[in-house]
Design a protein around this ligand. Structure first.
Ligand code: ZN
Length: 208
């Protein structure tokens, strides 16, 4: 994963998820970023997370890999070469404290292994990808699922917004937001990320 450059993430991009955390639905995309050091690959590995800092929540998301430099007017299909599934891991109790103080979220969102991704797959285009169901399974039980047609800000809007404000280049990732169903993880739970019925990545959680 040495080719990954910037990691952009979208907050509150699914209405039911914004509501489950008691947040307002935003009127423009809400973007934050993670260090590229946060990447971990879900390749049947054991992945470690902080064990003593309160709840660690899973946020299952579609992840886009940018393949070309953003310019105004470029379509999603011209810019996105490949896609993956990922989990934007979040220290929820830490985040709540930071939010209350008005501080940046980095400690809650940017820790090591907080950006877990599957292997990459060719991007099938907007129309096909927004209809597909993606899901997170814990010990063979489905615990989170969504489809990109339910996004508040669609892929073109997100890419235009991020491209205009921050630039986008080959090797940048976009975590496109989580649907509802975020919960705390526990020691030794086994997770699988599925695109339709296909397992794209899996790992076991360790809390240390
Ligand atoms: Zn997220």
């Amino acid at each position: 994963m040495e080719f990954i450059r910037n990691i952009f993430c979208v907050g509150r991009n699914y209405r039911l998820h914004a509501q489950e955390l008691g947040n307002e639905v935003p009127d423009s995309p809400m973007i934050f970023s993670k260090p590229s050091n946060a990447i971990a690959l879900a390749n049947r590995s054991e992945i470690t997370f902080p064990g003593g800092l309160g709840e660690v929540h899973h946020e299952l998301e579609v992840v886009l890999l940018i393949g070309d430099t953003y310019r105004k007017g470029k379509k999603v299909e011209e810019l996105v070469g490949e896609m993956a599934l990922g989990i934007d891991f979040t220290l929820r109790d830490v985040q709540s404290k930071l939010k209350a103080k008005g501080h940046p979220w980095l400690l809650a969102k940017g820790f090591k292994n907080s950006a877990v991704i599957t292997e990459f797959h060719p991007f099938p285009g907007v129309n096909t990808s927004i209809e597909a169901n993606f899901s997170l399974w814990k010990n063979d039980e489905c615990i989170q699922q969504g489809a990109m047609r339910d996004m508040i800000f669609d892929l073109q809007t997100l890419i235009n917004y991020i491209g205009e404000n921050f630039g986008l280049r080959q090797g940048d990732l976009i975590f496109t937001g989580t649907p509802a169903g975020v919960r705390a993880i526990h020691e030794n739970e086994h997770f699988q990320m599925k695109w339709e019925d296909e397992v794209w990545g899996e790992f076991t959680a360790k809390l240390i």
